[in-house]
Design a protein around this ligand. Structure first.
Ligand SMILES: [Zn+2]
Length: 308
C-alpha cells in the first residue's frame, strides 16, 4: 500500500498515505501542509521518505536502488508507450458546501478520470480497475492510520484503490467551494492510482526500500511530481471544461510540499503535463536534478502561497 503523505519517519508498519498538500488560501493552515512525502509501503512495510525535514539533499547523483530506467521497468514502459489520454467532456455537479456535495463532485470527476485514462491503460495492456473516493473523516484505512490532519490532506491506498480525502481537511484548507483545489487534488491522487496499476508505485516502493534518506527523498519527489504531471495530463484532456486551467494554477498554491518537490516544481510539472501531450512528458524519473528539487533548494518553496 502506499500512499503518499508526509510523514514522519519510517514507520514500520503500515501505511501510508499519499497526501497532498495544498496550501492555500486564506484558511489554509500552513501547517497542514506539510504533507506529503511519498510513502510507499511495500509488502507491508512502509517505506517512506521523510525528507521533508531532511537536509539539503543534493539530489544529483543519486541513483534509485531500482533503476527506473531499466529496460523492464514500469516507469520506462509507461514513458515509452507514448500513450495519450482521451479528451473527455467533464461536467460534474457543481461543488457546493457540504460533504455530500463534495462526494458527488468527486464521483463525477472520477468518472471523467476513468474515461480519460482508459486508452493509456489499454495501450499498456493493463486491466483498468476502478478507484473510489472516501470523503469520511476516517482514521483508519486499509493502508493503516491516516496521518494527522496537519500533516496530510489525504491519501491514496493502493490496497483497495481508495482515495481518502477527508472532507473537513480540504474544505478547511482550500475553502468548501473552491473547485480547482478539489479537482487538482483528486487528479493528483488518481495519478497515484495510475502509478499503482502500471507498476510504478511498487517500483518506487522498491527503490525506497532500504535506501538511505537522500535516495528516499529523491525517489519520493520523482514519484509525487509524476503524479502531479499526470494530473496535468488529465486537466489537458478536460481543458475545455470548467476549472481545468485554474486547477493547473492551483498547484502553485500548495505549500509545505518539500517532499513533493516544492510548490514551484509542483506547478511546473502540472504545466508540463497540461502541455505535454503524452505520458512520455511525465518522465520525472529521467529528469535532471534541477527539475525535481530537493529540500533546501530554492525550489522547495513551502510556505509560499497563495494566490488569491
Ligand atoms: Zn501524492
Amino acid at each position: 500500500m502506499s500512499p503518499d503523505d508526509d510523514r514522519a519517519g519510517p514507520t514500520g508498519a503500515d501505511h501510508e498515505t499519499p497526501a497532498r498538500p495544498r496550501a492555500r488560501r486564506p484558511n489554509w493552515l500552513p501547517v497542514a501542509i506539510a504533507v506529503v512525502a511519498a510513502m510507499l509501503m511495500v509488502a507491508g512495510v512502509v517505506v517512506v521518505s521523510d525528507l521533508v525535514a531532511g537536509d539539503g539533499d543534493t539530489a544529483s547523483d543519486i541513483t534509485p536502488a531500482a533503476d527506473p530506467n531499466a529496460p523492464d521497468s514500469a516507469a520506462t514502459a509507461l514513458r515509452d508507450s507514448r500513450a495519450r489520454l482521451a479528451s473527455v467532456d467533464c461536467d460534474p455537479p457543481e461543488l457546493q458546501p457540504g460533504r455530500e456535495s463534495a462526494r458527488a463532485y468527486y464521483t463525477g470527476v472520477l468518472d471523467c478520470l476513468d474515461r480519460a485514462w482508459r486508452p493509456v491503460l489499454d495501450r499498456m495492456g493493463v486491466e483498468p480497475q476502478p478507484a473510489s473516493v472516501d470523503v469520511a473523516d476516517v482514521r483508519t484505512t486499509e493502508c493503516g492510520e491516516l496521518p494527522p490532519a496537519d500533516r496530510a490532506l489525504g491519501l491514496y491506498c493502493d490496497a483497495d484503490h481508495t482515495i481518502h480525502l477527508p472532507y473537513s481537511r480540504l474544505a478547511t484548507a482550500a475553502g468548501e467551494t473552491h473547485e480547482p483545489a478539489f479537482l487538482a487534488t483528486l487528479a493528483h491522487e488518481y495519478g497515484h492510482h495510475i502509478q499503482a496499476l502500471t507498476g510504478v508505485f511498487a517500483e518506487a516502493g522498491n527503490a525506497m526500500s532500504d535506501a538511505d534518506a537522500a535516495v528516499e527523498s529523491e525517489v519520493g519527489r520523482r514519484f509525487e511530481l509524476q503524479a502531479t504531471c499526470f494530473a496535468g495530463l488529465f486537466l489537458d484532456a478536460t481543458r475545455a471544461n470548467r476549472g481545468a486551467e485554474a486547477a493547473v494554477q492551483d498547484f502553485a498554491d500548495w505549500s509545505g510540499v518539500d517532499s513533493h518537490g516544492g510548490a514551484r516544481l509542483q506547478k511546473q510539472w502540472a504545466s508540463t503535463g497540461f502541455n505535454g501531450g503524452s505520458v512520455a512528458a511525465c518522465d520525472t524519473w529521467s529528469a535532471p536534478a534541477a527539475d525535481i528539487g530537493g529540500t533546501g533548494t530554492p525550489d522547495s518553496g513551502s510556505g509560499a502561497p497563495a494566490s488569491p
